[in-house]
Design a protein around this ligand. Structure first.
Ligand SMILES: [Zn+2]
Length: 446
């Protein structure tokens, strides 16, 4: 090891791109400089952290977080969201462009958000831009200013300042973004199918589920694939819930359409059958569907049709989570719980922690082009989570760090306790307690 090594992290189970093994990970200047044998000598002056049999994995990369700061800071904010991330083993988040005021739809607005985030970030923070009907001229400047891609809606977003694109506007924005080599990420629900679905106000989950039918997702994804094929555009489907769309997506991938797909912990660990009537902490759009649908989503993760798992952490104040599913705010808060929630279900289904790391760290880093994140190997940032995968805990909302401690996971017993989290070689959380805000603001490179 070279003389400048400051820190050595040692575990009998280190998850690397080449598999899980006993290793010592040498860190200098915030970067991984070598992955060495477990018994490698610790250089003079370097500190050793020996985690025993706890698993050392790369810090999670969560590319789908609604921080809502500035503007709706009673819902969430950079301080609380990034503390929740750190406590949960997430070392990088990308903030969605909507629900903050201003939304991230111009360079000036991006700068406002970066200023607000700067002193509050406990983890690294990057930003998505937004594609609106009237901001095509802002897309290239936002790309140059360092956003990681552009989010659009095809149906109403839930907030007036972030209108959706129709198919013609989608084509215009996609052509523009493709022209400079950018990425479009899409909330894919078709407005006509939503309009045609019955809306029955009240507390029944079945009524809410019927109001957001699978057809809305399937049609929107089919249209998106057609546009991506025609324009050779690079597109990403956000928060896939409908398993009916999987054959379409698999076929598009097989023919070379540049499409990637994410799903979220709630679609993969919670089912429509278990949602109590009136429990709108389970409301999100698209909705949590039936257990049989969930099984197919897991199959699609296994075969690569779904690329990654990210939180879609989208909180609001508790008073907006009314018992009427038709009017309650749609969004589930899980930033701190994604890793144990997914690991609990993955192990039940015979999947490995290596799979979880691929879905929740490597693949999201690749989606966003975060080449310095997402793996334990020389040259990457020294971002880690230390996990006791066999230990369990019960979710107590008061122990969560996001601002409004509403969660669909309350009372659940989950496998996988995050013992500590490390960002560029510094410990940023210790047994669920975040330390200092040492996160950096990230901008897209190249
Ligand atoms: Zn979202």
């Amino acid at each position: 090891m070279s003389d400048d090594v400051e820190l050595v992290l040692r575990s009998t189970r280190v998850i690397t791109p080449g598999g899980t093994r006993a290793a010592s990970v040498a860190v200098a200047a915030g970067k991984i400089v070598a992955v060495l044998p477990h018994d490698a000598e610790v250089p003079a002056g370097a500190r050793l952290e020996d985690f025993g049999d706890d698993v050392l994995l790369p810090g999670l990369v969560d590319t789908h977080v609604h921080v809502n700061d500035p503007g709706r800071t009673e819902w969430e904010g950079f301080w609380t969201a990034t503390r929740a991330a750190a406590a949960g083993g997430v070392t990088t988040i990308l903030d969605m462009p909507l629900n903050s005021l201003p939304p991230t739809t111009t360079v000036d607005n991006l700068r406002v958000k970066q200023e607000v985030a700067r002193a509050k970030a406990h983890v690294d923070v990057g930003f998505w831009g937004g594609a609106l009907p009237d901001n095509v001229k802002d897309l290239a400047p936002l790309h140059d200013a360092g956003v990681y891609g552009f989010k659009c809606f095809l149906s109403p977003s839930g907030v007036d300042e972030f209108p959706e694109l129709d198919q013609e506007q989608l084509a215009t924005s996609l052509a523009e973004i493709t022209g400079f080599g950018g990425l479009m990420i899409v909330h894919a629900e078709d407005p006509h199918h939503l309009d045609a679905a019955p809306v029955v106000p009240g507390p029944k989950y079945a009524d809410f589920l019927a109001s957001r039918p699978r057809d809305a997702e399937n049609t929107a994804i089919g249209n998106l694939i057609a546009q991506a094929r025609r324009l050779d555009a690079r597109v990403h489907v956000l928060h896939l819930s409908s398993s009916d769309a999987l054959p379409l997506i698999a076929a598009a991938k097989a023919e070379g359409v540049r499409i990637t797909v994410e799903s979220c912990p709630h679609y993969l660990t919670l089912t429509a059958e278990e949602v109590p009537d009136g429990a709108s902490e389970f409301k999100c759009c698209p909705p949590i569907r039936e257990a049989a649908n969930q099984d197919l989503l897991w199959d699609a993760l296994a075969d690569g049709t779904i690329d990654c798992i990210v939180s879609d952490h989208s909180p609001s104040t508790a008073d907006l989570k009314t018992s009427d599913f038709s009017t309650a705010w749609g969004g589930i808060s899980s930033l701190q719980l994604g890793l144990p929630a997914i690991w609990t279900e993955a192990r039940r289904r015979g999947r490995t922690l290596e799979d979880v790391v691929r879905w929740m760290s490597a693949a999201p880093a690749q989606l966003a082009g975060l080449a310095h994140k997402g793996a334990i190997e020389a040259g990457r940032d020294a971002d880690f989570a230390v996990l006791a995968p066999e230990e369990t805990f019960t979710v107590v909302p008061a122990e969560l760090h996001h601002r409004n401690q509403v969660t669909a996971y309350a009372g659940k017993t989950l496998h996988g306790v995050v013992k500590s989290t490390w960002l560029r070689g510094r410990q940023i959380a210790d047994h669920g307690i975040p330390t200092e805000p040492t996160g950096l603001l990230l901008e897209r490179q190249n």
